[in-house]
Design a protein around this ligand. Structure first.
Ligand code: ATP
Ligand code: MG
Length: 243
């Protein structure tokens, strides 16, 4: 709780605008996710989802407005130690093996039992057989699994995941969903796949053209369509401004 008695926001964007040179990416975007919230970030291609996550992890800074993680700047040590980030098209160190990547990042993150943690994540994500393989030789899907393991290695309280199930086969998608579902903390997941949003999150923030469009629970989103209408159709209508 804050000093005013209201719940502390874990993730907070307030009036954030961001351009890449002359290309506007976000325009006066504001939303909050409470501690423990699980939220899907939805929006059409180019809406600004990846930009939003990059601002939250501190790899970009807003032109105007502010971004906070548990009340701190994303640049702060406090914030960096609690955030686990999976970038879109994440590329672990290609010249290191799977184990070396995990142990190196784990050591930098100050993970106490780094070998045990690496073992656990490799087992959870079926990466054991590639333990000694250089990452440059892995398939795209196995590289994605390693990137997910690297995002989780330090037991992050705040997970920022950009299209986490990209490139994964169906059995691995199920494994990752089970793994993520079992993790406590606050999750913000960018995805285009509504069935994934439905299973990984309970609320939605929808953006379009860098602007806030809608927020609510997945149940509220479903209620915006007719009873037998697929949720994808409802979302498509909202994103294109047809409802
Ligand atoms: N490095 C960059 N340089 C210039 N423009 C960029 C850059 N990165 C993103 N943009 C632009 O910013 C806007 C938002 O892009 P962003 O990648 O955040 O969208 P997105 O919602 O993640 O899209 P997608 O669903 O395709 O991943 C787009 O117009 C994009 O072209
Ligand atoms: Mg993106």
């Amino acid at each position: 709780m804050s000093s005013t008695g209201s719940p502390v926001a874990c993730i907070e964007l307030a009036h954030v605008s961001k351009s890449y040179g002359r290309v506007p990416a976000l325009n006066d975007l504001s939303f909050e996710i409470p501690v423990g919230g699980r939220c899907a970030l939805l929006g059409p291609n180019g809406a600004g989802k990846s930009t939003t996550l990059k601002l939250l992890v501190g790899s970009l800074r807003p032109d105007t407005g502010h971004v906070k993680i548990l009340g701190s700047s994303p640049d702060s040590r406090a914030s960096k130690s609690v955030v686990g980030y999976l970038p879109e098209d994440a590329l672990p160190y290609r010249m290191l093996s799977v184990r070396e990547n995990l142990e190196y990042i784990g050591a930098l993150r100050g993970v106490p039992d780094v070998k045990g943690r690496a073992d656990f994540l490799m087992d959870e994500l079926d990466l054991r057989q590639y333990e000694r393989a250089n990452v440059g030789r892995l398939s795209r899907g196995n590289t994605q699994k390693l990137a997910i393991a690297l995002a989780l290695i330090h037991y992050p309280k705040v997970l920022l995941l950009d299209e986490p199930l990209n490139y994964l086969d169906i059995p691995t998608q199920e494994k990752v969903i089970t793994l993520l579902d079992g993790l406590e903390g606050t999750h913000l997941v960018s995805t285009h796949i509504m069935s994934i949003a439905n299973r990984l999150t309970d609320s939605v923030v929808m953006i379009s053209n860098g602007m806030f469009l809608w927020e609510g629970t997945i149940e509220e989103l479903k209620k915006r369509g007719s009873p037998d209408e697929p949720i994808e159709k409802v979302v498509a209508r909202m994103m294109t401004g047809a409802s």
